[in-house]
Design a protein around this ligand. Structure first.
Ligand code: 5AD
Ligand code: FES
Length: 351
């Protein structure tokens, strides 16, 4: 226990983690040690975030995707997926519902759908910013050129989420077809940051072939990138993908990593993800108690929810936005935290 505590304290003090430290922590952790780690993570986040959990309204506006990622339920070759696109009017009406509930961030997430040209995206972003000038707009629509990202930014988009999925290029190639590369994905993140977006990267935990070494490389990549947000959740198999028979990622491992991320990136926005809530009914609560500070309730129209199935069993597909919002509020309160309706920018970000 003393060695473990010493390592955790060192990670906290240096805001960095070596391969040896990560390996020791992950291979020696038990319930008692985990409690020490989580307590440290809370100690780090409390003076910065004061037990606030920021909410982001998630609008899944298209499940059409030109990519064929091996893990993802909306991959282009899944012919069982019933495809949909939301119109600009539908997206705006999601925002209207969200604004009434108090959301100050709208996340537009979708597959890489060529129908939404840069002009269409910019038009949607402008319309939202026009109608809700005090709200942040986050885009999560995949890999684009520097020029496209710049157009989105100039149209008023504030943030961009693009998980790097894994920093190790060989591992990246195990999860994606050959036309996609880890190097390009990382370049996209660097471009987004250079343009001025608040950026979010992240990984799935427990994807096929993932090792502690890979996770260490993720930490090293993120130390260099300095993202504003880091989204992690367990890998969950989807029945219509090549990974249908692969085991689900570990919930405890995900929570341990959230806590370690909090120690290494004290000011980062760390969502307690839907995948975490899917893998374990109390997963998001456990995540918050280990340092997570963001939740993303679903604002998509209920009739499309079932269709945005990235993995099997996804939660919240039957709940109206208001129910989802209320449910999250209660869950957060139950563990002694509160949801906050501010934009929830990164502490170092100035408007
Ligand atoms: N299990 C868990 N997370 C997944 N994602 C995609 N497919 C899965 C899955 N099967 C995550 C990816 C992607 C994000 C939008 O959802 O990390 O970047
Ligand atoms: Fe959506 Fe509970 S968070 S229903």
């Amino acid at each position: 226990m003393e060695t473990f505590k010493h390592i955790i304290d060192t990670i906290q003090a240096t805001q960095n983690i070596t391969y040896e430290q990560l390996d020791y922590v992950l291979t020696h952790i038990d319930e008692e040690k985990a409690e020490y780690l989580y307590q440290k993570a809370r100690q780090v986040s409390e003076p910065i975030f004061h037990k606030a959990v920021y909410l982001r309204g998630l609008i899944e506006f298209t499940n059409i995707c030109k990519n064929d990622c091996y893990y993802c339920g909306i991959r282009c070759s899944n012919s069982n997926a019933e495809r949909y696109r939301l119109t600009k009017e539908q997206i705006l009406s999601c925002c209207e519902i969200g604004a009434k509930l108090g959301f100050k961030t709208f996340v537009l997430q979708g597959g890489e759908d060529p129908y939404y040209t840069d002009d269409k995206i910019c038009d949607i972003v402008r319309s939202i910013k026009n109608a809700y000038p005090d709200c942040a707009v986050t885009l999560s629509i995949g890999e684009k050129s520097y020029e496209s990202y710049k157009k989105f930014y100039d149209a008023g988009a504030d943030r961009y989420l693009l998980r790097h999925e894994t920093a190790n290029e060989e591992h990246y190639a195990q999860l994606h077809p050959a036309n996609l590369s880890g190097a390009h994905r990382k370049q996209c993140l660097r471009d987004l940051k250079a343009i001025g977006f608040q950026i979010g990267c992240g990984i799935m935990v427990g994807t096929p072939g993932q090792t502690i070494r890979h996770i260490y490389e993720d930490f090293a990549f993120m130390k260099e990138l300095q993202p504003h947000m880091i989204g992690i959740g367990p890998f969950i198999p989807h029945k219509d993908t090549p990974f249908r028979n692969e085991p689900m990622g570990s919930v405890p491992l995900t929570i341990h990593l959230l806590a370690l991320l909090r120690l290494v990136f004290p000011k980062a926005l760390l969502p307690a993800t839907t995948a975490l809530g899917t893998a374990d009914p109390l997963g998001r609560e456990k995540g918050i108690l280990a340092g997570a500070n963001v939740m993303m309730p679903n604002l998509s129209p209920v009739n499309v929810r079932e269709k945005y199935m990235l993995y099997d069993g996804k939660i919240c597909t039957g709940d109206e936005a208001a129910e989802c919002h209320r449910c999250m509020e209660l869950r957060v309160q139950k563990i002694g935290y509160h949801v906050e309706d501010s934009r929830g920018d990164h502490p170092d970000f100035v408007l």
